[in-house]
Design a protein around this ligand. Structure first.
Ligand code: AMP
Length: 177
């Protein structure tokens, strides 16, 4: 992607200090969501390494990963699968507990959301410590689906999340801090 486009995207991300807890510098992506041409750039950049591949399902993580994931799924002609916080999905689920940058969490996916052999891309807004993505990846692996890779709008490099996730395929992030 052109460096001009990347710097437009980067400068639209708003830093919010001490949210949701003291010491966390929250990356607020709502100004990007609010701008249709920036969103177009973000989705273009996030799918770049996977364009031309057959993707059956895009798994997006609650809650901002739903926005990016659903748009990516539409663009790739794939279905969208939500990984949600515990207790939110109505049907039978498989779930996993994990720790994240600010607290602990638990995520779930419907047991019949993915079938063995499905070619899957994971999408989320931000890779921090890697706990959330790691848990979602485990749920994908447990379903017997094939993981093609992961794509993030933002990666916080200093947290080294990518070292912590057990992964096949590329881990792609568009904007790095
Ligand atoms: P982690 O499990 O630590 O990789 O955290 C990733 C998840 O938490 C993502 O779904 C993000 O939406 C959210 N998150 C973690 N840290 C931040 C941050 N500094 N700014 C915005 N979102 C964050």
């Amino acid at each position: 992607m052109l460096s001009d486009s990347l710097s437009h995207l980067r400068s639209a991300i708003r830093d919010v200090p001490d949210f949701p807890k003291p010491g966390i510098l929250f990356k607020d992506i709502t100004p990007v969501l609010a701008d249709s041409s920036l969103m177009q750039l973000a989705i273009d950049g996030m799918i770049e390494p996977f364009a031309g591949q057959q993707v059956d399902k895009v798994v997006g993580i609650d809650a901002r990963g739903f926005i990016f994931g659903a748009m990516i799924a539409q663009r790739l002609g794939a279905g969208f699968i939500p990984v949600r916080k515990k207790g939110k999905l109505p049907w039978k689920t498989r779930g996993l507990d994990y720790s994240l940058e600010y607290g602990t969490n638990s995520v779930e996916m419907h047991i019949d959301a993915l079938a063995p052999g499905d070619r899957v891309l994971l999408a989320d807004d931000l890779l921090a410590t890697g706990g959330t993505a790691g848990a979602a990846l485990k749920l994908i692996q447990d379903s017997g689906a094939t993981l093609l890779g992961s794509t993030f709008f933002i990666e916080l490099d200093f947290l080294e999340g990518r070292q912590k996730i057990d992964h096949t395929g590329p881990i792609h992030s568009l904007i790095n801090f």
